[in-house]
Design a protein. Sequence first.
Length: 363
Amino acid sequence: MSVFRSLYRGETKFNFIGTRRRWYAASGLILLVCILSFVLRGFNWGIEFKGGSQFQIQTKGTSISAKDAEAAFKRAGLQPADAARVVGSGNTRQVVVKTKDVTPAEQATVKTKVATDLHVPENVINVQSVSSSWGHQVSVKAIEGLIVFLIVVSIYLSIRFQWRMAVGALIALVHDLLLAAGVYSLVGFEVTPSTVVGLLTILGFSLYDTVVVYDKVAENSKDITAGTRSTFSEAANLAVNQTLMRSINTSLIALLPVAGLLFVGAGMLGVGTIKDLALILFVGLASGAYSSLFLATPIVCDLVERQPAYKTLTKRVVAKRASEAAKVAAGEPALAGSGAPRRASGPAPAPRPGARPQRTRRR
């Protein structure tokens, strides 16, 4: 219970900054796996990005499986581009089969053959054709929006705090983007316009969590170079601990409904139309909470403490603590909150000449 009480009061003493190199190494290893997945596995692009035809077979009252649908299309002379998948459940259950782009006449022929093979009416098979140019336009607009977003964020953080904090926030954002994309590549979920929307959404969450920590760092480190109480890293580590409970609460509140969409909606109920959005949100929210605590602030510490003023501050703090430790070892403990030594135990000093003797008040 003491741990939860400390979390609630912001009194934890986890050494986030002091152990930053291990978090750098862990993040680097994860990103390396993601990049290798980009190269070796690639992405499962949706029909909106690569173009083609999509057949949706309503299976209400039937036991048609994804393999049955794939076999029917192969016998009809049209090879599925990807593995067929089942979406929805109950009355809304459908089998989705994606193929290369075919003409309306070919679509009609395939529908007739597949309906006859599966023993279903033709009107339960819907066809949708999408050009790859539409997905290209979506990608271009998303990239343009991302660039504008990063520029505006950099300007805001540089004005509100300092440019070094803007650098730390941008590195954390890029980390979140690469990690979310890498999970998509590894899992093989289909990349759709909903994925792009979710990817842009998680950037705002990651930035919000980072700014909350930065605000506390700026408060703790105000005029810190004029004193000798703590270094910038220590002030930043205190800020991360003070905002830890808030970060946990924010992340849990955001992750719980998204987890419901992903694991209950897509996993248990089979609503495949939302799993692309749910996965990107779940991974992005978790990654944003991680990067704001373990990457953004430590990177700022590395950049700030390279400045001469903060190097001098660190030397002064270390020298003062060494002096106090030496006094304690010599039996002269320093006064709390000051560097002055306490008076050693012994007889009281003799009164000054001509001074009146001090009366003792009788109780």
